[in-house]
Design a protein around this ligand. Structure first.
Ligand code: NAG
Ligand code: NAG
Ligand code: NAG
Ligand code: NAG
Ligand code: NAG
Ligand code: NAG
Ligand code: NAG
Ligand code: NAG
Ligand code: NAG
Length: 814
């Protein structure tokens, strides 16, 4: 006994490799606490361990690259008190775990005895029992049939209809206790099978049914270099799983103790697990958030609405924030006379009470639904390829959401009269669609005609103005941008009264103005010393007017008169982003979804400037006060192209004129006047961190004075406390933590010291909109104050913690 024990210690410490060569257990070779077996390829190891602070001993399987990640536990509910555990396989083929009194703590419950039992740990992480004689490859028992909290490639989540065996994940109770926690992920097999996350008996979230490409609740997942989903549904079984694209990359799906489902992937470079995906995105993820016949739209305000033809069941609740009562039909169904209303881009409702057929066409499906008076809705079963099959709902439509892009179509049954109310279209959904097409065509034509009239009228106006006012030489006859005369603008802004002043931008003050037709505009009165000729300026403006993107402020016209240069923009009622994120009360109006949408919008606008527009503009003064918000809180970048028109016309690597705002300027630009798209990327990164944290980079005082926002973000990140950065006004939404972390991660990548380390905007947009793996950030360039040349004039001296946000123009004394 003593010899054995010291041998095992010997093995453990000196001959790990030698011992590791065993991957099997046989009736004559068992393993005791301290010994392990390693799979043939060296990926997984089986042995005894104590998780976290626990003293109990458990038998588990872990990755050899990161031994703290235990993917399977045998005796989850029954720890062994001390290091006396033994794992054996009996001659009858039962795998048993014994404690010091030789009592069975856990056993495999094998159904059939093999002639010569062999237990083997495979390189997939599967512990299997097989017959050592003959070539019977069937496993008599396998740990993959009894998942714990981790889904490995090759494992299944679902149900075997023949044996009744259900494969599902249950979280650990805590990181110290592998016993079954409350959270589980399983496939609900009522109706069309669907993937659900449950807490105890309550459904928390529903990924939904499989549509041939993905789960309906997750839209279309992007192809990725790591894994591919699998979904099988036939008479004998239903399951979901995944396979690795490159088998030497490790990836797993985890139900963590707090009930969050995440996908983690091992990063060789950083030697750590990175979260690749997390299931909780917004409040619409909560099961049935809007109740029966309600539809959730994370971008909507309010978030919940009733489906067309339905009204809220309890109007009082509906107006508050409690929506779970849902909606009821306004007009009762009349069975055969009913019709269908088509919704696009939605997550399909709960399929527990659904019926499906894989071969029917959509037409047959509609007919079938119409014939059965209790059928509530129908759609295609499989959207892959041309789309086929039929899915019908009975009893209730619940847990729908808007998923744009990536959602599906659904046809919802309504009383005939109800459809008349909604659309006044023809007697079937097809005619209705045709009606919509004709209707919208008419509308578009109407708008075009109106637009033409307006255009001609404006052009006439413009010509008049021109004759009266603008008699500069070389005036381009067919320019498309209206020119305003000085008096019009002066009148519109009450003679540039201070009451109308909206703010002071980098290139001069901005005024609110109301034109005679009632249109509200923003007027930017440029400071005079551009050093640019009128024609040059005009050509530049006309070029910039051609830049059109939903995330850029629209230029409506301009005015030049002697030394006056003015740009007329659309007016943004919600002012600028800084008036929200840095304001204690207004910041509460921006929830996380708003913020991530704003970040995405700015990224796309900037990408357009850098890459997609013909001009390839570097903004050079991106900051919160240059991001305007329209009435739906869509971000619009303003002041783009101004650096280009207004003196900073160099597009190569260096300039003597530094236009920018401290706190947003990259070190190489503030210090040496070197600018590139990567200096904009830096400013964008600062902006992202400001949006997440609600704190200004400059003008932000931390107890430790040397630390600005970037420094703080970096410190928290390296200490694994990045969540502490998040703005208090949104910090209660902790379920979104992984998305927030991803956003901070992208922000940090953008503010890295070296421009070549920073991603370009197309990669930023990709990182923000997909589950792609993120590289590890290096230290941000936040010591830019030190990099500023000595020769700066005193007006640009940097005050620590100043709240001064004005764009500065430095003339470098070189
Ligand atoms: C485990 O505990 C039992 C009784 O408590 C004791 O007899 C045995 O020696 C212990 N074994 C080890 C390996 O500590
Ligand atoms: C050994 O296991 C049996 C059965 O689970 C249990 O009753 C007994 O207390 C255990 N002994 C020790 C020392 O853990
Ligand atoms: C063992 O398996 C049999 C049938 O295979 C089943 O009836 C029994 O409940 C199982 N026992 C345990 C403890 O899982
Ligand atoms: C869906 O349709 C595609 C193309 O017709 C087919 O390849 C695929 O197997 C179908 N999937 C399911 C789950 O029926
Ligand atoms: C069901 O699918 C599994 C996995 O693809 C397959 O092995 C099995 O043969 C199928 N059964 C039937 C009846 O099609
Ligand atoms: C698989 O991944 C390994 C490690 O990341 C890499 O070295 C190898 O080239 C990859 N193989 C393929 C086919 O992509
Ligand atoms: C679907 O809805 C039914 C009826 O409301 C409910 O009993 C069931 O638990 C729900 N199932 C899922 C997976 O959401
Ligand atoms: C599905 O529909 C086809 C065509 O209508 C029919 O032949 C088949 O029997 C149906 N299958 C089931 C399971 O109802
Ligand atoms: C309507 O469909 C339900 C559910 O499939 C079924 O139980 C019922 O018999 C059908 N009614 C008719 C009239 O076909």
């Amino acid at each position: 006994m003593l010899v054995f024990k010291s041998l095992s210690v010997f093995c453990l410490f000196s001959f790990l490799r030698l011992c590791a060569s065993f991957d099997t257990i046989t009736p004559s070779h068992s393993i005791r606490d301290g010994e392990t077996i390693v799979s043939a390829g060296g990926t997984f190891e089986l042995g005894f361990f104590s998780p976290g602070n626990s003293k109990g001993r458990y038998l588990g399987i872990w990755y050899r690259i990161s031994t703290e990640v235990v993917v399977w536990v045998a005796n989850r509910e029954a720890p062994i008190g001390n290091h006396s555990g033994v794992l054996k396989v009996t001659d009858e083929g039962e795998i048993v775990l014994l404690n010091n009194t030789n009592s069975i703590v856990w056993s495999s419950n094998t159904s059939r005895a093999p002639a010569s039992p062999v237990v083997q740990l495979l390189d997939s992480g599967n512990l299997v029992l097989k017959d050592g004689t003959g070539n019977n490859l069937n496993f008599l028992w396998q740990s993959f049939d009894y998942p714990c909290d981790t889904l490995l490639p090759g494992m299944k989540l679902g149900k075997n209809f023949v044996t009744g065996l259900e494969w599902f994940l249950t979280s650990w109770k805590s990181t110290d206790d592998p016993a079954k926690g409350e959270c589980s992920i399983r496939i609900d097999t009522h109706g069309l099978p669907q993937l659900v996350v449950m807490k105890a008996d309550i459904i928390k979230a529903r990924a939904g049914s499989w549509n041939g490409l993905s789960f309906t609740g997750y839209g279309r997942s992007m192809p990725n270099p790591i894994f591919e989903y699998q979904f099988v549904l036939n008479e004998t079984q239903v399951y979901f799983g995944f396979t690795l694209v490159n088998s030497s990359v490790f990836s797993r799906l985890l139900a963590n103790p707090s009930g969050v489902v995440e996908r983690l992937t091992w990063m060789d470079r950083t030697h750590s697990w990175e979260i690749y995906f997390t299931a909780q995105r917004d409040q619409c993820e909560n099961y049935a958030y809007c109740g029966a016949y309600g539809i959730c739209n994370a971008n909507g305000s309010p978030v919940c609405a009733c489906l067309e033809g339905f009204v809220s069941k309890s109007p009082k609740d509906w107006n508050s924030v409690e929506w779970s009562d849902g909606c009821v039909r306004r007009t009762p169904l009349e069975c055969n006379r009913d019709r269908f209303l088509k919704y696009t881009n939605v997550k399909l409702p709960n399929t527990s009470s659904s019926w499906f057929n894989t071969t029917m066409s959509l037409e047959e499906c509609e007919g079938m639904c119409l014939k059965n008076c209790s059928c509530l809705a129908y759609t295609t079963l499989n959207i892959s390829g041309k789309g086929s099959g039929c899915l019908l709902w009975f009893r209730i439509l619940i847990d729908m959401r808007v998923l744009s892009p990536g959602g599906q179509d659904i046809y919802i049954r309504l009383a005939n009269s109800e459809l008349d109310n909604i659309g006044k279209h023809g007697p079937s959904s097809k005619i209705k669609q045709a009606g919509i097409i004709v209707g919208s065509a008419l509308l578009v034509m109407g708008i075009l005609i109106l637009g033409l009239i307006l255009y001609l009228w404006k052009k006439k106006l413009c010509l008049k103005v021109r004759k009266k006012d603008c008699n500069h030489e070389g005036w381009n006859e067919d320019m498309e941008l209206p020119v305003f005369d000085f008096m019009t603008i002066a009148n519109a802004t009450c003679n540039f009264s201070s009451k109308n002043k909206l703010g002071e931008g980098g290139f001069g003050p901005v005024y609110k103005g109301t034109l005679q037709e009632g249109q509200v505009v923003a007027v930017k009165r440029l400071s005079t010393n551009s050093g640019q000729g009128l024609n040059e300026f005009k050509n530049e403006v006309l070029l910039i007017a051609k830049l059109q993107h939903r995330n850029l402020v629209k230029l409506l016209g301009y005015c030049i008169q002697e030394n006056e240069k003015m740009l007329i923009y659309e007016y943004m009622p919600n002012k600028s982003l800084d008036s929200f994120i840095f304001d204690h009360t207004r910041s509460k109006l921006l929830d996380w979804q708003n913020r991530i949408d704003i970040v995405g919008g700015i990224a796309r606008g900037l990408l357009y400037l850098h890459q997609d527009s013909r001009l390839r503009i570097i903004h050079r003064d991106l900051k919160a006060s240059n991001i305007l918000l329209d009435d739906s809180m869509n971000p619009k970048i303003s002041d783009f192209g101004l650096a280009r028109t207004f003196g900073g016309d160099q597009t190569d690597a260096e300039t003597k004129r530094i236009v920018g705002t401290h706190g947003y300027m990259s070190p190489e630009y503030a210090g040496y006047g070197q600018f590139s798209v990567k200096s904009d990327v830096f400013s964008f990164g600062v902006l992202v961190l400001e949006i997440v944290s609600g704190k200004k980079n400059r003008g932000f005082c931390h107890l430790d004075d040397s630390l600005n926002l970037l420094g703080l973000a970096w410190r928290l990140w390296t200490e694994d406390r990045a969540m502490e950065l998040i703005d208090e006004s949104i910090s209660d939404m902790c379920t979104l933590s992984n998305q927030v972390l991803r956003c901070i991660h992208v922000g940090l990548l953008c503010v890295q010291q070296r421009p070549e380390d920073r991603p370009d905007m197309s990669f930023v947009v990709l990182m923000l909109s997909s589950e792609i793996l993120l590289p590890k950030p290096r230290q941000p360039g936040f010591y830019m104050e030190k990099a500023l040349p000595e020769a700066d004039s005193s007006s640009t001296k940097l005050e620590p913690c100043s709240t001064n946000e004005i764009t500065v123009t430095l003339l470098e004394g070189r």
